[in-house]
Each structure stands twice: as C-alpha cells, then as structure tokens.
Design a protein around this ligand. Structure first.
Ligand SMILES: [Zn+2]
Length: 239
C-alpha cells in the first residue's frame, strides 16, 4: 500500500524521492574547498558526506514534489548567481555591511524558503530532526497548497551571508532573538532566518526583511569568530 502524500493527502499515489534541499543547490553550493562540505545534521554526531543531499521517499507524490519546481528553479539561480559587487554597502570606516539587491522575485523566494522549511519539518530524516514546526506545519502546508503570498508573508525572512565561511550546509536550527522564535537555514554561504512566531519581528530587524517592492538586503558577517564557526569545528572534530 502506498503511503500518504503529506501535501495533497492522497494515498493512492506513488511517493517519490523528494529532496529536502534541491539537489542542484545542495551540490553547487558545496563544490568548492577542501572540506567541500555536503554534510548535514546536528553537532556532536557523525555526519557522512552526502554528495546528492538528503531525500525522503515517504513524504511527497510526484505531482506535489513538482509543484515546488518553479520556486526552486528561481531561488537556486538566485542563490547561485555571483553577487554584483557594485551593490556592496560599506559602513563609514569601510567595513562591509551588506549587499543591496533591487531586482528579485519576492513570491518565489518567500515560498521557496517556506517550502524548504516545511519539508525539513515533515521528514523523519535524522539530519532534519532539529526542525519541528508544531502547529505551523499545517499553516505552511495550506500556504504551499494555495500559494497565498499574503499569508506567506507572516513568516518574515532575512538573509545573511558568511564571509570566508566553509562550503557546507549545516543543520537547520531553532533560535530565539529578543524572545521571538526563528529557524536558521544554512545554505553554503547563505544564512536564512525565518520567523515562525505570531509575535512581531524585533524592531532592529524590521528594515531588513524580505519584502515585495523593497530592496533585498543580504547582511554580511565574518565567519571567523562567529558562533557558527564553533559549531562547524565541533562537527569536523568528529571525523
Ligand atoms: Zn501529493
């Protein structure tokens, strides 16, 4: 008997190998560097290299898996395109602060990151056991099915980019910022924050949220000396 597709809820369909992180993105973001990453999971555990990423054959039918493809195609191209250095903003003493992107497709990016987080929540794969959306799992499922961008925008998204970081995907992680709940996604050099909370965004972050008709800000921070550097070291020590 076929298992139930977690998106359309139909049980008569054959389920497919659904990648949590799109395969092309997983591979491309991790191609460079001696540690050439491609590890996923939580610190303190053994993490095998995974050249094709993590897939789950118990969550989606072919139709539902394909329904993500427009968002995925656009977002992968967006994340993999070289950043225009002319869009770099420095502070008054010349430190790199952020990139400002003026042209992008808000709907596709917003729905892509929500769908990725939702898949990470519904899969039972160990690498993603740090993600449990609780009641928001159903909310996100309904948004994915309807494509309702107004509802999708309640989950605020922010981008950061690690300077001189490793080329690896890390486990998604839950964290709180000023009492508000977020999940991190680490995709190569990109760090994506997704607010999963009814509370409003902390005021300090409001100006940097992904929004339609506004510039997209990619805030920069040094990998060296960051919390994430310690996490990466703890993972590598296990090999
Ligand atoms: Zn389905």
């Amino acid at each position: 008997m076929n298992k139930l597709c977690k998106l359309c809820g139909i049980s008569e369909k054959q389920l497919v190998n659904a990648h949590i992180i799109p395969r092309g993105l997983h591979k491309q973001l991790c191609m460079v560097g001696e540690e050439s990453g491609i590890r996923l999971g939580s610190p303190g555990k053994y993490h095998k290299k995974s050249p094709i990423g993590v897939w789950d054959d118990t969550i989606l039918c072919a139709g539902c898996d394909n329904s993500f493809s427009l968002w995925e195609k656009y977002s992968c191209e967006f994340l993999l395109s070289p950043i225009n250095e002319n869009t770099l903003i420095n502070d008054l003493i010349g430190h790199k602060l952020a990139y400002r992107v003026d042209r992008f497709e808000y709907d596709k990016l917003q729905l892509f990151f929500l769908s990725l987080l939702w898949k990470a929540s519904i899969t039972k794969k160990e690498e993603f056991n740090t993600v449990n959306l609780g009641p928001y799992e159903t909310v996100m499922k309904d948004i994915i099915l309807s494509g309702d961008i107004n509802k999708a925008s309640q989950f605020s998204i922010l981008f950061r980019r690690l300077l001189k970081g490793p080329n690896m995907h890390l486990f998604p992680a839950f964290f709180r910022k000023e009492g508000v709940n977020f999940f991190h996604l680490y995709l190569g050099e990109f760090e994506v924050w997704i607010k999963v909370d009814k509370q409003k965004l902390p005021k300090t972050l409001e100006g940097f949220v992904l929004k339609p008709q506004k510039p997209l800000w990619i805030l920069l921070r040094n990998f060296s000396g960051s919390n994430i550097e310690n996490t990466v070291k703890s993972i590598n020590l296990k090999h």
